[in-house]
Design a binder for this molecule. Structure first.
Ligand SMILES: NC(=O)c1ccc[n+]([C@@H]2O[C@H](COP(=O)([O-])OP(=O)(O)OC[C@H]3O[C@@H](n4cnc5c(N)ncnc54)[C@H](O)[C@@H]3O)[C@@H](O)[C@H]2O)c1
Ligand SMILES: Nc1ncnc2c1ncn2[C@@H]1O[C@H](COP(=O)(O)OP(=O)(O)OP(=O)(O)O)[C@@H](O)[C@H]1O
Length: 525
């Protein structure tokens, strides 16, 4: 129940604000009420406990005043910060305007880019941050004004302003385009708890300006992939796109013909960290492993990925490579239905680390992180905590913490459920548990999990990330896992649900059974 406020006439009223705080006037009123009670002349022979009561009320009165004062000072501070923020925003917008105008005068940018920049500024409408996503009234906008900082010998865009294509995300509803992004909001209007209508379904990406730069990632050592890649590069070049490939692929292409000299790449690992700033979308040519590889190249935001199937299974690769021209035409034109695939952020915390924050570089996984016994012949012994609540102790071959995208991979093989990739959750799937009652769990996406190798463990454990980068975990070491804020947007062939069902039908032959014949024994009617 909400606290009641005593008034001088003895009536009680409930006065919490919407935000859960008491408002300052009601605090002052309640303080007055307390004062009135306290200041009433004491009747002779008053009991000791009444004196105690009045002392207590005095303390309450003081506390209420302090709360009101605290709130007023917090409000003043907030308005000061708001004012500073407005000033900063104004200044940055002016700076941005100046840079763009000087670029226009120097002729360093194409006409198209300058046109776009004005459009961008309008769209940015008061946002000063060089951030990846701008939340608009009717969806999410993405804009970037970037300076090419990389000294890349293959790049012909030195020190120029380059601009990523701008796009907008829509949430469409029952097949119709609906610009309203509906959040999952819990309301408690008049004390009735309800959630907002759940009509936000398929996410659509619409280009606001044409995409100009594409990154092609290919599965190595495959001649069919090499052929398609070379063809695709030529085709994209005709469409005037800037093309990036991995250093290995550029070497292969240039060895084939000097025609491919225009293809750009990066020289050192550092170049990869800037890719998301340059690339409008990524094409993968391979199987699911190539999509995992492409995702792992982006430690932060990931551009939309268009995965072409050149592997055996292809859960995440809905596009047919033979039809790449039609597919890419429709991708370049948009809008594109996308699946936002969540990733898990994994921190290894060594026992030797002095603080919780002294962790190794976090690793992002699109499928799963697995903690297993490696080559050890002992049972793994893993203590699992979820937001500091003890979950269980895993004794068996290991544990898989999987995203819903990874639910059809290793987790499925270990008995986990298949989950639609848009369901926000973390799968907790044991590997060969030595207990009959250990069933897999699906936990909500907002929890933080901590998997601890106990000090009394007989052996080490091993963590692997999307099947790669194995790391040894010694007794006392822990792995902390939470949902990353950087999902992997993958383009859909149909829509998210259609693609998911298609992949489990065709990839796994899910529930494939000959239909029972009509003739035979029947129920008596
Ligand atoms: N017992 C198992 O099923 C098992 C064992 C180890 C690893 N894996 C999976 O392999 C993944 C690594 O894939 P890779 O291609 O780099 O290695 P890989 O070449 O060994 O291929 C593993 C297989 O898993 C499939 N796969 C990958 N991601 C999938 C997904 N999200 N849904 C359905 N199938 C998927 C691939 O198509 C491939 O056929 C790991 O993330 C793990 O999920 C599975
Ligand atoms: N660009 C890349 N650079 C290095 N390794 C890669 C690259 N792309 C994919 N790989 C690795 O190559 C392996 C095979 O890739 P992928 O899964 O795409 O092909 P596949 O095995 O033929 O397909 P499927 O998994 O559908 O059978 C994976 O282990 C993956 O990590």
């Amino acid at each position: 129940m909400a606290p009641h406020n005593l008034t001088s006439n003895g009536n009680a009223s409930i006065v919490p604000c919407e935000n859960g705080f008491l408002d300052s006037s009601s605090l002052i009123n309640s303080e007055k009420a307390v004062k009135e009670i306290v200041e009433q002349p004491l009747v002779e022979g008053i009991e000791d406990h009444l004196i105690e009561f009045s002392e207590a009320m005095r303390t309450v009165g003081k506390a209420l005043r302090r709360a009101a004062e605290g709130k007023a000072s917090a409000q003043a501070e907030a308005s000061e910060w708001k004012r500073k923020y407005e000033l900063e925003r104004e200044r940055n917008l002016q700076l941005e305007n100046k840079v763009l105008t000087s670029v226009e005068h120097n002729g360093n940018c194409t006409e198209k880019k300058v046109e776009n920049s004005e459009q961008h500024l309008k769209l940015m409408n008061g946002t000063n941050q060089k951030s990846q996503l701008y939340r608009g009234k009717n969806g999410i906008y993405s804009h970037e004004v970037l300076r090419d900082r990389e000294q890349n010998s293959y790049s012909n865009v030195h020190s120029k302003l380059i601009r990523k294509a701008s796009f907008k995300l829509h949430w469409s509803c029952n097949g119709e385009k609906n610009d309203q992004h509906k959040h999952d909001i819990v309301s408690f209007d008049k004390g009735n708890i309800s959630t907002a209508e759940r009509s936000s379904k398929q996410i659509c990406l619409k280009w606001e300006s044409p995409p100009q730069t594409v990154l092609i990632i290919t599965k190595p050592n495959s001649s069919s992939v090499k052929v398609i890649c070379a063809e695709m590069v030529r085709w994209l070049r005709e469409k005037h796109l800037n093309i990036y490939v991995e250093p290995r692929v550029r070497t292969e292409l240039v060895a084939e013909s000097s025609y491919y000299n225009f293809v750009q790449t990066w020289k050192i690992e550092d170049g990869i960290s800037l890719l998301h700033e340059k690339v409008d979308f990524v094409v993968t040519l391979g199987g699911d492993g190539t999509v995992l590889w492409a995702a792992s190249m982006f430690k932060g935001p990931v551009p939309p990925i268009v995965p072409f199937s050149l592997g055996s299974l292809g859960f995440m690769t809905p596009f047919y490579s033979e039809k790449y021209k039609e597919c890419l035409k429709s991708i370049l034109q948009g809008p594109i239905s996308i699946t936002l695939r969540h990733r898990l952020q994994c921190h290894v915390i060594r026992e030797a680390a002095k603080t919780e924050y002294e962790t190794e570089e976090p690793i992002l996984v699109l499928n799963e992180v697995t903690i297993d016994r490696g080559i050890s012949s002992f049972l793994t012994n893993l203590e699992c905590y979820c937001d500091n609540s003890f979950v269980t102790c895993v004794q068996g071959d290991g544990l898989i913490l999987s995203t819903t995208s990874g639910s059809t991979a290793y987790s499925l093989a270990a008995g986990g459920s298949m989950v639609h990739p848009q369901v926000p959750g973390i799968l907790f799937t044991p590997i060969c548990p030595h207990s009959l009652s250990f069933r897999p769990l699906i936990l909500p996406e907002y929890v933080t999990l901590r998997i601890q190798v106990p000090f009394n463990s007989r052996g080490h454990a091993w963590a692997s990330f999307d099947g790669k980068d194995r790391k040894q975990l010694a007794p006392g070491d822990a792995l902390v896992i939470s949902m990353s804020i950087w999902p992997v947007p993958t383009a859909c062939e149909g829509d998210s649900t259609n693609d998911f069902l298609h992949s489990i039908h065709h990839g796994l032959h899910w529930n494939l059974r000959k239909t029972q014949a009509f003739d035979g024994p029947r129920e008596a009617i």
